[in-house]
Design a protein around this ligand. Structure first.
Ligand code: AMP
Ligand code: ZN
Length: 433
């Protein structure tokens, strides 16, 4: 199998040298973190006054974990380590409440991210000859812009198609002979179904590979997409707190995803005891940024469950791999690649004067894509109203929900007493995918 390096020196570095560099960068990162109000307080609480006190990883592990809630509490600038005028971009992801998780980037931060993205894509065999159609959403979500700059750096022809509008996606694929795409695995399935219903043969396309990510999927799902399109499919993992796509990526061997350890210090912990786990055990991923200027994050709990694969990869990269993400340790739902916390939906529902106290969140497959249905019990008076009022209310709730979670749910209104009541812990979320 031919192996394509983007930055051979870093990708195949001596492991000892990589670890030594990690410690150096860790000290720089802690020094940067100490410039933020949040970490200054946090680190002083554990008696850490200066980055010079970090002489080993053990010193570093005295620092408590950082969580999504910490990011929310520090909103908007409590974790910013540089003056605002040095920031050139921000991205945001959903939090458990209306307050988003915001990550800021300086120009060098964007440059490092583009390098990691280029390196990731090159690991799948992509080159400047590729025509890369990016079908991930462009915007606050990192999926679109994240790989966009990496692919440009690689020299590929980038088509910033963004998500949706399947017919136009096909047109672009045919017109420009797209060779590689980036999408969620469910969108790839959807694309195939549409291809068939539009009577287009996959032979009319020039597609060779798909980079898929943003949502959990199994090896069977990968194989299915590969068989349907007769292409290679590579798993791409990232989270906006660690930039976005380009944190961990599969190489041509497709045996787990290499975590770029020159940019991320990886730990795996038991999500209950918070104790470190050996390579091979299943646990929660924890990352520390090693190169980031604007938003350094120390020991960030991703909530993602996986295993660290300790055996060296045949591709010769020294960066350790992780297995497919198995799930999450919190209640975050990923719906067509978009993160949704049930609490965000509850917040909207409970603010409505028309709603009672009972509601349900149902996620199921509608064709290849995910569909979210929010069932809400509403006051009696609503049902005595005109059907037109009922429809208007449904639309209004749909709009409020869309404004909060960015996706449009199906809204069902029910009379009081229709949804099941619970005496103990209520079960309101039904994930039937
Ligand atoms: P966001 O911050 O919006 O980019 O969402 C990041 C989250 O999406 C991660 O913490 C994971 O839970 C999920 N995710 C991203 N990529 C993958 C992947 N390849 N497999 C499984 N889950 C993923
Ligand atoms: Zn490899």
């Amino acid at each position: 199998m031919s192996v394509n390096y983007w930055n051979k020196k870093v990708e195949t570095a001596d492991r000892e040298e990589l670890l030594r560099q990690q410690l150096e960068d860790l000290k720089i990162t802690v020094a940067r973190a100490l410039k933020t109000p949040f970490y200054k307080k946090r680190l002083h609480q554990v008696g850490l006054e200066s980055a010079a006190e970090i002489t080993s990883l053990d010193d570093f592990y005295r620092i408590p974990f950082t969580t999504k809630n910490d990011l929310r509490d520090a909103f908007p600038y409590g974790m910013l380590a540089v003056p605002v005028d040095e920031v050139v971009r921000l991205h945001a992801s959903s939090g458990t409440t209306g307050i988003p998780t915001v990550i800021y980037h300086t120009r060098p931060d964007i440059e490092v991210w583009a390098e990691l993205a280029a390196r990731s894509m090159a690991a799948t065999g992509m080159t400047s000859k590729d025509v890369f159609q990016n079908m991930m959403t462009y915007g606050l979500f990192t999926g679109g812009l994240g790989l966009h700059y990496g692919a440009e750096k690689l020299g590929s022809l980038v088509i910033p198609a963004s998500s949706g509008n399947t017919r136009r996606q096909f047109q672009l694929m045919k017109d420009f002979k797209t060779t590689s795409v980036h999408a969620t695995p469910s969108y790839m399935h959807h694309l195939f179904n549409k291809l068939q219903s539009e009577g287009i043969s996959r032979r009319e396309l020039s597609l060779k590979k798909a980079l898929v990510g943003a949502e959990p999927h199994t090896e069977d799902v990968r194989k299915k997409i590969e068989t349907l399109f007769k292409i290679d499919v590579y798993n791409s993992y990232g989270l906006s707190e660690m930039n976005g796509p380009g944190v961990a990526f599969e190489c041509v061997y497709k045996q787990g995803m290499h975590v770029w350890e020159d940019s991320y210090l990886m730990e795996l912990i038991d999500p209950d005891s918070l104790e470190p786990l050996e390579d091979g055990a299943e646990g929660e991923l924890v990352f520390t940024t090693l190169k980031r200027e604007a938003t350094p994050l120390l020991r960030y709990r991703t909530r993602d469950l996986t295993r660290v694969l300790d055996k060296p990869c045949e591709c010769g990269r020294v960066h350790r791999r992780i297995a497919r993400i198995k799930g999450r340790t919190d209640d975050m739902l990923i719906i067509n690649g978009v993160n949704v916390f049930p609490s965000q939906i509850e917040e909207v529902v409970m603010k409505l004067p028309e709603s009672g106290t009972n509601y349900q969140i149902v996620v199921e497959k509608a064709g290849a894509l995910d569909q979210l249905t929010v069932k809400i019990e509403v006051n009696e008076t609503v049902f005595s109203d005109d059907a037109r009022d009922l429809n208007a209310l449904r639309r209004k709730i749909g709009d409020y929900l869309k404004a909060s979670i960015t996706i449009s749910p199906v809204v069902e209104l029910h009379e009081h007493g229709i949804l099941p009541e619970f005496e103990g812990k209520a079960q309101r979320v039904f994930d039937r995918r």
